[in-house]
Write a protein that binds this ligand. Sequence first.
Ligand SMILES: Cc1cc2nc3c(=O)[nH]c(=O)nc-3n(C[C@H](O)[C@H](O)[C@H](O)COP(=O)(O)O)c2cc1C
Length: 348
Amino acid sequence: MLNLMPPETGHAAALWGLKHGFGPKTDNFNPPCLTQDIWGKSFKNPVAISAGFDKNAIAINGVLKLGVGFIEVGGVTPLAQVGNAKPRLFRLKSDRAAINRLGFNNQGADQVRQRIADYKSSEKNNLPIGINLAANSKSLNPENDFEVLVNKFAPLADFLTIDISCPNSENGLLFLSPGPLEKLLDLLTNIKKSEKYLKPPALLVKISPDIDYKHLDVLLHIIQAAGIDGITVCNTTTERPSALTSPNRNQLGGLSGKPLFSRSTDMLRHVYKVTEGSIPLIGVGGISNGADAYTKICAGASLVQLYTGLIYEGPGLIARIKNDLIKLMNEDGFSSLHDAIGSEYYKN
Ligand SMILES: Cc1cc2nc3c(=O)[nH]c(=O)nc-3n(C[C@H](O)[C@H](O)[C@H](O)COP(=O)(O)O)c2cc1C
């Protein structure tokens, strides 16, 4: 039914359904072998929906019921913005992919902050929550936008993701340059260290699949030197693999879903190797089943996220991935997730 609607309407309907309690309820299946502590927080399982799905934090309770181990809402900008002109979200059905150029449409930091405060006000809502942060597209001072956002969300969030890899917004890729990134991360890590935050959130950086590894290594050096707590690998790509067949394949924007899987997993492997497993990584890009999630974990991801897979496989996907992870870990003789993370690297 949702597949017959235009993609953005279908997405809004899915969020509405989750918000109002529709969808599978598989939140109580979290066997001990899938749990781990990261950044001083307990993660009941490693699977979540990635940024962009619930930009305004309106459906947190419905998303929780799908059985995720943590939440990431946003991308949120300091001020509300409408994003790019519609249509701006396209399905590439035969490729199991999507292209979006939404451009950070969101209701702004104050509204999102209030909803997260509401979520946090109940003690039973104890899953880690992250907020994906971005500068307003017309902002003349994007660095200051991130400063405002970190100050606003630090008291509430378990982790904050600095999105430096959005191809759809005027300021989206500014901090992929080494100089500006170094300055930005210095500023943000200093806010985090300030005494006003007793329990500061973890700071993560989300990187782009569209940079070469030489450039990536420079950025990784800066990220590590700044003391960043985690890296999300990765955002959508502006590349168009020649194997794409869908009529929408030449739409402008970021490509996600199956065609992103190998590119994003190779990058994850590289980041794990360069950082020597010292920083928790979130693996995202093209996951559509348990085997994909397991491959990312063995390549070095402590946590995994997905978005486009959910469009094609439906909301039961999260529960299926958890079941498959347990099976695959058993087959490889791993009794805990911790043993599987980066195992591919240690085997070689
Ligand atoms: C419609 C849409 C909106 C997105 N919005 C954001 C966003 O606001 N911030 C962000 O960091 N990533 C955003 N992403 C990227 C996803 O979080 C994810 O990194 C990417 O889609 C790859 O994962 P997937 O192949 O499982 O979809 C968006 C993706 C899609 C499809």
